[in-house]
Design a protein around this ligand. Structure first.
Ligand code: MG
Length: 310
């Protein structure tokens, strides 16, 4: 979602509320699995969208993207999924466009069931995908996995975001900054903002990691530069340099037992643990130039992101 829409503290969820969000999460996971099964060369992106819309209708789940309005954008979002191909980063509008061999197809969708929301996204690799694109997708998955494994081990989100960013940049990719993850609960976009990077500007938004926190964490990685722009359709975000982008997202609940992936696809194998920057030296010496690239420790990350505050 667009950065800087809200600035309040996060609302913590009870066990009962997490149970309700889990049910919404299962439907989102099923919707994305359906897309995974249907997507192949020649299939139109609108076909995937219609399949998801029918699935939500079957469960009487409310699609959260269709009709979604953002201040400053005159046109509400027209579809139940965002489908973004190759250089399209997020918020692509499903259309007659056919999926082609070698495409990276990013599908993002969210629904509300019994008053509670879930939101997730996948990047599909269609057919023969070039090795560098495969690597981009693999690293995007690892970056999300870092969030999952580090959230229970860190005190502040900025510590996690730093590790995510560092993993992306040491593999030669950039992290999109214009769009960030978000808290989620009764509404899709709740406080806090959940950036996948660390910088001075974001420091006033840092927040503590505590049980009951539910976040839609959604790293967007670009093969080239981080910069994006929006197409004339008012929604589709593309990379400025036209190089491909990958996007993966889960709705994650932090509990006293660890992280629960509320949108986990029950059919998929768990992701392998990813060694983080604190456990492996940075491959790229130039990365050390930026303050945001310093090794994570509770002391210096707190200094980077947690402000005068809280
Ligand atoms: Mg989201």
């Amino acid at each position: 979602m667009l950065r800087s829409l809200f600035q309040r503290g996060p609302e913590l969820k009870s066990q009962r509320e997490l149970g309700l969000m889990r049910e919404a999460g299962k439907i989102v996971a099923e919707a994305l699995r359906l897309c995974r099964d249907l997507a192949r060369p020649g299939v139109r992106t609108i076909d995937l969208d219609r399949a998801v819309e029918a699935l939500y209708a079957k469960y009487r789940a409310q699609p959260l993207f269709k009709g979604y309005r953002v201040e400053g954008i005159k046109v509400p979002f027209p579809s139940v999924t965002c489908i973004s191909i190759n250089e399209q980063v997020v918020h692509g509008i499903p259309s007659q466009r056919e999926i082609r061999d070698g495409d990276l197809v990013k599908i993002d969708t969210a629904c509300k069931l019994n008053g509670w929301c879930a939101d997730a996204a996948i990047t599909l690799m269609i057919g023969n995908v070039r090795p560098e694109r495969r690597r981009l997708v693999e690293v995007a998955h690892q970056v999300l996995q870092i969030a999952i494994q580090e959230m229970p081990r860190r005190r502040w989100w900025s510590e996690v975001a730093l590790l995510m960013q560092r993993h992306a940049t040491t593999h030669g990719f950039s992290v999109v900054e214009q769009y960030v993850g978000h808290g989620i609960g009764r509404v899709m976009h709740e406080s806090p903002q959940v950036p996948n990077y660390v910088n001075r500007e974001m420091k006033k938004f840092d927040f503590r990691l505590e049980p009951g926190l539910v976040l839609a964490v959604e790293p967007m990685l670009n093969m080239g530069r981080k910069d994006t722009r929006v197409l004339a359709d008012h929604w589709t975000v593309v990379t400025q340099d036209g190089l491909p982008s990958a996007h993966v997202e889960h709705t994650l609940a932090l509990t006293s037992d660890g992280v629960e992936i509320l949108t986990r696809d029950g059919d998929s194998a768990p992701e392998a643990p990813v060694p983080t920057a604190t456990e492996q030296p940075a491959a790229d010496p130039s990365a050390a130039e930026s303050a945001a690239q310093r090794p994570a420790s509770p002391q210096n990350t707190r200094g980077l992101l947690a402000g005068s505050d809280s």
